[in-house]
Design a binder for this molecule. Structure first.
Ligand SMILES: Nc1ncnc2c1ncn2[C@@H]1O[C@H](COP(=O)(O)OP(=O)(O)O)[C@@H](O)[C@H]1O
Ligand SMILES: N[C@@H](CCOP(=O)(O)O)C(=O)O
Length: 325
């Protein structure tokens, strides 16, 4: 459940009067997501025909100073044909507001559902959408440092410390060993660009095998472009618990990405290491949240060990099998 900040309906209705968006008809807290508070709003609409919006209140991990970067990125991608939600401006042109003491934005609602167990066809569509996003991002002038890069992983690991072993005995040593491996093998020279950095199935809206929207760009940043494919790979080609590898989905994801973008030889050679980094990144943030979120909190904690299983898979895998032909 992710509604950290409760906003009374009257307050949302008053907030909407700043926009040409109509009056509030209903406001429902959205259970999915872990970072921000999200509401689905139904309004009478600008023209009286009814309209839906997403209202987001930014919570712990999103820095308000980063919001202009995300807004400009989505404008850039949207203008180049990517199906991404736009931030809506009020009558005075402001897109960033304050509501219930939090930074808040009204955002375009996109149709579609997030799949929980993707098919190979859906993985192919996700790979193609990621490649198209990378193409569309070319020429975007904004930059944002990835706080969850290799130095950031060291920092997170240090903050988890001995508590790792409360999650699983030996986890602290395994993380330390992996960081040492990545310190030596992390590629330095690969092409960099703006990346989504969290393109999990819950951040891809679909109707059947068709992508209808890419959402949740709040981790987007400037980093190794092929790392974005590695993050996506780690999220799409395993069962949710990380115990089962789906080779058909992996081959389809790779084929989809090749349709719209593709990897250089150097990116392909580094891909197994990038996947190990992606698996460690989500293992670390999940472990940190696991340790620091009370078990009875409203938000559902995500299992760090599902990413330890992925990490062990990548560490042992034949590199040739990761993306199919
Ligand atoms: N623009 C949008 N259009 C439609 N649904 C959205 C949109 N943005 C968010 N959602 C819904 O809200 C949920 C949580 O949004 P998300 O941005 O992933 O939250 P968080 O940043 O808290 O993880 C999504 O899974 C989706 O169901
Ligand atoms: N995708 C991450 C957590 C971030 O959650 P999201 O709802 O913002 O995608 C994970 O699964 O660990």
């Amino acid at each position: 459940m992710a509604v950290y900040t409760q906003v009374p309906a009257e307050e949302i209705d008053a907030f909407l009067t700043r926009y040409d968006a109509g009056r509030l008809v209903s406001a429902k807290g959205i259970a999915e997501g872990v970072e921000n508070s999200n509401y689905l709003l139904e309004t009478t609409g600008p023209d009286g025909n009814g309209h839906r919006y997403i209202l987001t209140l930014y919570e712990k991990r999103v820095n308000e100073a980063d919001l202009p970067f995300f807004m400009d990125l989505l404008d850039h991608l949207g203008a180049r044909g990517c199906l991404v939600p736009r931030f809506i401006a009020d009558r005075e042109g402001r897109r960033l507001q304050q509501l219930a003491g939090r930074p808040a934005c009204l955002i375009e609602f996109l149709t579609g559902i997030s799949v929980t167990e993707p098919t190979a066809g859906q993985a192919r569509a996700a790979g193609a959408a990621l490649g198209a996003m990378h193409r569309a991002a070319e020429g975007f002038a904004g930059t944002r440092r990835n706080a969850l890069d290799l130095p950031g992983w060291h920092d997170l690991a240090a903050r988890c410390g001995a508590d790792f072993d409360r999650i699983a005995p030996g986890l602290k040593a395994r993380v330390a060993e992996e960081l040492t491996f990545l310190d030596t093998h992390w590629p330095a020279e690969l092409p960099r660009s703006v990346i989504h950095a969290d393109l999990f199935p819950d951040n891809v809206l679909m109707l059947g095998d068709r992508v209808t929207g890419l959402i949740d760009f709040y981790f987007s940043c400037t980093d190794i472009r092929a790392y974005d494919l590695a993050v996506t790979h780690s999220a799409w080609v395993f069962s949710n618990d990380g115990a089962t590898w789906h080779g058909d989905r992996a081959a389809a994801l790779g084929a989809g990405y090749r349709e719209t973008h593709g990897l250089t030889e150097a990116e392909r050679a580094a891909f197994p290491v990038l996947c190990r980094g992606a698996a460690l990144r989500f293992l670390l943030t999940r472990a940190y949240d696991w340790i620091n979120t009370p078990a009875d909190a409203l938000v559902t904690r995500k299992d760090p060990l599902a990413y330890l299983r992925r990490l062990e898979f990548y560490a042992a895998a034949d590199p040739a099998m990761l993306l199919g032909a």
